[in-house]
Design a protein around this ligand. Structure first.
Ligand code: PLP
Length: 373
């Protein structure tokens, strides 16, 4: 089966490991196991003693109960039986499409966003319709356009809240409006919530599953909990028929997630408040640094993110974004993602949730590079 190249992942694969200042990364500054034990206050020795004795079987096929209890705390209405662990959020959305979308199904998605949300359904032969998120609307979807596209029989509406790359955040009211539109045509809503809870203001972030009986939330341990290395994500939904279909498809290509990974994630989620406090402080402090930099840089402009870890920043040089980013990487070592990976030319995505010093140095490199143009 053909699928479009995943532009952002191809770019990251090619350059990330050699980057001097990696401000393309979208996880909040990842932690080691030592740091995880330090932040959570859990007993490292007891953990190792316990895990070392465990037989490395497939473990819990439908997920470690403690892990799933921990996930439920991130929502208002979820129960453990409504959570399916997956290989990252990447695996989660793949499973959603694999389980739901058949050739000819009408799917509405958005642009820009993480490319999975349109290229996978397209590869499955969906009748795909894209809503372009406009800078003028703060990158929020146009509800009239959605209403026009969501005709009876629409199978799935895909959204991403908070949005990667723009950092836009939909309010509860907007989500409720999308739910009302989806309900009127019987569509599922898949919401990629991998950055949920990383808000700039102290507020509760609504999840689609707490608002809609056919809502599907996907998320993971990667961004919000700084544990991308355990490759653990999940699907959450109240819709039993959908969950049954996912489990059936999942038997063919996953069986279970890693026993070790789920133990680590259980510890992190048991102390979700501590990790969230650390990570909100990082995204809020670092965004101030980025905002200050952009306000003082006449060649750049952006819409300040409301949540997440990324910002879409436009420059006024007449250089295509792949060339701009590659030259900057080669000359000063600052690594960002070309806007063309999101079909947004003359822009770049900056991931500002890295180590603060790395962000400062990466931006200093960017300044030097732009002065050379
Ligand atoms: C919006 C979005 N969804 C999903 C993913 C995949 O994340 P993971 O598979 O690490 O959970 C990413 C990673 O960048 C992302 O930005």
């Amino acid at each position: 089966m053909k699928i479009a190249p995943f532009k952002v992942e191809e770019w990251m694969n090619a350059y990330e490991t050699g980057a001097r200042y990696n401000i393309a990364e979208t996880c909040v500054d990842s932690v080691s196991l030592d740091e995880l034990f330090e932040i959570t206050g859990e007993d490292k020795e007891a953990f190792w003693n316990n895990i070392s004795k465990k037989r490395l079987t497939y473990g819990y096929i439908v997920g470690n109960p403690e892990f799933k209890e921990g996930i439920c705390q991130l929502y208002k209405t979820m129960t453990p039986g409504e959570i399916i662990p997956t290989h990252g959020a990447a695996g989660a959305s793949h499973h959603v499409f694999y389980s739901l979308v058949e050739p000819g199904d009408r799917v509405i998605s958005i642009m820009p966003t993480y490319q999975q949300l349109y290229s996978i359904p397209e590869s499955f032969g969906a009748d795909l319709h894209l809503i372009h998120l406009d800078e003028k609307n703060g990158y929020l979807p146009d509800m009239d356009e959605l209403r026009r596209l969501a005709i009876p029989g629409t199978k799935l509406i895909c959204i991403n809240n908070p949005n990667n790359p723009t950092g836009a955040l939909m309010s509860r009211e907007m989500l409720e409006e999308i739910v009302e539109i989806a309900r009127s045509c019987g569509a599922y809503i898949l919401c990629d919530e991998v950055y949920r809870h990383l808000t700039q203001e102290e507020e509760w972030s609504e999840s689609i599953v707490d608002l809609y009986e056919k809502g599907i939330s996907i998320s993971s341990m990667s961004k919000v909990f700084s544990l991308a290395g355990i490759r653990l994500g999940w699907i959450a939904s109240h819709d039993k028929e959908f969950l049954t279909s996912v489990l059936s498809h999942r038997d063919y290509d996953l069986i279970s997630c890693g026993l070790f990974d789920e133990e680590v994630a259980s510890i992190a989620l048991k102390h979700a408040d501590k990790l969230l406090a650390r990570n909100k402080a990082i995204v809020r402090g670092n965004l101030e640094i980025l905002d200050d930099f952009i306000r003082n840089e006449p060649h750049l402009h952006y819409v300040k993110p409301k949540a997440g870890t990324t910002a879409l920043v436009y420059y006024d040089f007449d250089i295509p974004s792949y060339e701009f980013c590659k030259k900057m990487y080669d000359q000063v070592g600052t690594f960002v993602t070309p806007g063309a990976c999101f079909e947004e030319e003359h822009s770049m995505r900056i991931g500002y949730a890295s180590d603060t010093e790395e962000l400062r140095q990466g931006l200093a490199g960017m300044k030097k590079f732009m002065e050379s143009l």
